[in-house]
Write a protein that binds this ligand. Structure first.
Ligand code: HH2
Length: 263
């Protein structure tokens, strides 16, 4: 299983300096994650936290493009954006994957950019928008509805010319989901794997871990993050998106070694 390391270029992650400093810090962080074993770097300049609004285009471009340029030589880069123009410029700067948390619903031009450039595409499920998604999310059958949504959006991508072998699917842990929804989705990772598209799971430091773990704050959710990653791995996930690359890589190594010993 691959590990995608998260490189945030948002003011809440690097609040202690100007823009130039932000870029340097983010590039340093990315290189550190590669040295820890990240297979892919996911660079994002738009907050998708519950309650967040999408920021302006120019600001997002200023944040992420120099970081993509700085890291594209070190590892395959994924651009975490909902905006086609950001995706386009990031691809020009060397990005190989577009990670769109709206699964093509945020910008009508997105699918064209991905199809024309031939890069990979991550389709993630989200109920509503970051601003509203945690307002009482409800499903009749969360696993079936998320799977159906991802199948439809994969069809949209293919119809627009994105090759099927370039498409990833992601159940969108924490995006319009209760704790129970998140647990059901993680337990049902194999249901998504059965769709014959590689599955990406992003549970790193998410709120449900804190809610299960007696209110642990974001910086103290590594144990839960590792548990979620290993659960997804056991059920066939192809990649996990995490902040703490070294401990997750180590956990995967040990889990694989236990399975493979004596074979
Ligand atoms: N989660 C976040 C952002 N992008 N992309 C994918 N494919 N899957 C995810 O689960 C996912 C994602 C969460 O974003 P945020 O809450 O802003 O925090 P961070 O980027 O630090 O994880």
């Amino acid at each position: 299983m691959k590990v995608m390391g998260i490189v945030n270029v948002t003011p809440d992650s690097f609040s202690d300096g100007g823009l130039f400093f932000d870029h340097e810090k983010a590039i340093e962080r990315g290189l550190q994650l590669v040295s820890e074993g990240a297979d892919v770097l996911d660079i994002g300049g738009e907050s998708t936290r519950p309650g967040a609004d999408a920021g302006p285009l120019e600001e997002e471009l200023r944040r992420v493009i120099p970081v993509v340029e700085g890291l594209a030589g070190a590892a395959p880069v994924s651009i975490d954006t909902t905006k086609a123009e950001v995706a386009r410029q990031a691809i020009e700067a060397g990005a190989k994957i577009v990670n769109d948390v709206t699964a093509l619903r945020g910008d009508p031009e997105m699918v064209g950019v991905v199809a024309e450039t031939g890069v990979e595409l991550v389709l993630m499920h989200m109920l509503g928008t970051p601003r509203t998604m945690q307002d009482d999310p409800r499903y009749d059958d969360v696993v079936a509805e998320v799977a159906e949504f991802l199948a439809v959006q994969a069809g949209v991508a293919e119809a627009a010319g994105v090759e099927r072998d370039k498409i990833w699917i992601d159940p969108g842990i924490g995006f319009g989901k209760t704790v129970e929804h998140n647990l059901l989705l993680l337990r049902s990772t194999s249901r998504f794997v059965e769709m014959k598209l590689p599955v990406l799971v992003g549970a790193s430091r998410k709120r449900f871990i804190g809610e299960l773990g007696g209110g642990a704050p974001e910086g103290r959710r590594l144990g839960g993050t590792i548990a979620a990653c290993l659960a997804a791995r056991e059920r066939g996930a192809a990649m996990v998106r995490v902040h703490d690359v070294a401990p997750v890589v180590q956990a995967i190594l040990v889990a694989s070694a236990i399975e493979e010993v004596g074979e």
